[in-house]
Design a protein around this ligand. Structure first.
Ligand SMILES: *Cc1c(COP(=O)(O)O)cnc(C)c1O
Length: 411
């Protein structure tokens, strides 16, 4: 039986944890943007703080999450995968079952409602894997707003079904040919658009990164994942999980799961970054594992740069993890030791992709497969009476062309 929705409502507890009033998580975060954007960020922060305390707004959000997104998503006992791994019980939080196939819709529904309430009629977004672009196009179509999505030219090629989906829903997809032609370049272009059109436009940022208030706001909109998971664990198992595992690109699905457990200090939290062709190869996107502190896309955080301080071209088989920065809250959680960050390479992710598909009949997104790979490793080191909860952040339909190509199969 699904838990009654009332127990898992999207009520927030802002101020209970970081960031502080100036948008800092310890030394991380902040607002490193041009003067043109400061008023827009202040306007956004005021609206966000106002509407999350507005019962009518929150009712609308809860209703959309239930009836449009399809929440709550279940936690699923992966019995076959557990047997194959041979250790702790593996549970999956099924964000892949959401409308549009990933956790990203939790945040876009929230931000689009906010845009609507603020009277903005044009939304823009950046996208890597295309999932955030699709989620943004989806909510824009529903609310009758103009939608422009910036996407790296390489990602457009890797994720053509998602590009077509966005266009079907009426969005304009702008190909970004600069830099590494991936997510970071798309983000730069989206910021540039926002500076130019700040009066009419709401920027729907897709992950828990960027200038304040985005990291906290995106986390809060995704925290429905952890609130549900925590209630479901207590309801169905009578205990909290021993460990939470989630993949980390910018960090929104991981924070969404972690956040409501942050004071449950017995619950270990592990973020899994993309080690690409290996951490020593330089062809990876493992920012927290191998990066250093700097400023990127409006906030102080870990990033991947070269000796001259230029942002490096990153690499991962999964477009959604291929990002040289990470949300500032993760940088803080790493420094204070509340969460741990590890790397999983392309090959390990591919093995987990196939293993979950074959054992459970669930094809995960390639991003998600990184979390699954580490979750299996971790479960092996634990005992059968323990529980590992993996955030199944998205489904793999969008990735089947990539996987087929890698394996020399013509579809
Ligand atoms: C975008 C995406 C990610 C990575 O983004 P986060 O903000 O780190 O969650 C992970 N999984 C899926 C399925 C995605 O679409």
């Amino acid at each position: 039986m699904a838990k009654p929705l009332a127990d898992m409502q999207a009520t927030f507890d802002p101020g209970a944890v970081m960031p502080d009033a100036s948008g800092h998580f310890g030394v991380y975060g902040g607002r490193f943007v041009s003067e043109t954007l400061m008023p827009a960020l202040e306007e956004l922060e005021m609206a966000w703080r106002r509407y999350i305390h507005d019962p009518e707004f929150m009712q609308r959000l809860d209703k959309d999450l239930a009836e449009f997104v399809g929440r709550p998503s279940p936690i699923y006992f992966a019995e076959n995968l557990t047997k194959a791994a041979g250790g702790a019980k593996i549970l999956l939080k099924r964000e892949d079952l959401n409308h549009t196939g990933a956790h990203k819709i939790n945040n876009t529904v929230g931000q689009a409602l906010l845009a609507h309430a603020m009277g903005k009629r044009r939304v823009i977004a950046e996208t890597g894997a295309g999932q955030h672009g699709v989620a943004s196009a989806t909510v824009a179509a529903r609310l009758g707003m103009e939608c422009v999505v910036y996407m790296g030219a390489d990602d457009i090629e890797r994720q053509s079904p998602n590009v077509f989906r966005m266009k079907l829903m009426g969005a304009t997809v702008v190909s970004v040919d600069t830099g590494s032609r991936t997510l970071k370049d798309a983000l730069n272009e989206a910021m540039r658009d926002w500076v130019t059109n700040v009066d009419s436009t709401f920027y729907i940022l897709g992950t828990a990164a960027g200038p304040h208030p985005y990291p906290a706001m995106v986390r809060d909109f995704n925290a429905i994942v952890g609130r549900e998971a925590r209630a479901q664990m207590l309801d169905q198992y009578g205990v909290l999980p021993d460990a939470l595992v989630a993949c980390v690109g910018g960090g929104s699905n991981a924070l969404g799961l972690f956040h409501p457990f942050i004071n449950d200090t017995d619950v270990k939290m592990v973020g899994v970054e993309a080690a690409g062709r290996g951490l020593s190869s330089e062809e990876h996107s493992a920012t927290l594992c191998a990066g250093r502190v700097g400023v990127l896309h409006g906030s102080r955080t870990y990033l991947l740069d070269d000796d001259a301080g230029q942002i490096r071209d990153t690499y991962s088989v999964s477009a959604g993890l291929d990002y040289p920065g990470v949300g500032p809250e993760h940088a803080w959680l790493k420094d204070i030791g509340r969460a741990e960050y590890v790397g999983i390479d392309d090959q390990q992710a591919m093995e987990a992709f196939h293993m979950l598909s074959r054992t459970e009949g669930i094809i995960p997104a390639l991003e998600t497969a990184h979390g699954v790979a580490y979750g299996i490793e971790l479960a092996r080191e634990m005992s059968p009476d323990q529980i590992v909860l993996i955030n199944l952040s998205g489904r793999g339909d969008k990735d089947i062309n990539t996987v087929a190509r890698l394996e020399g199969i013509t579809l």
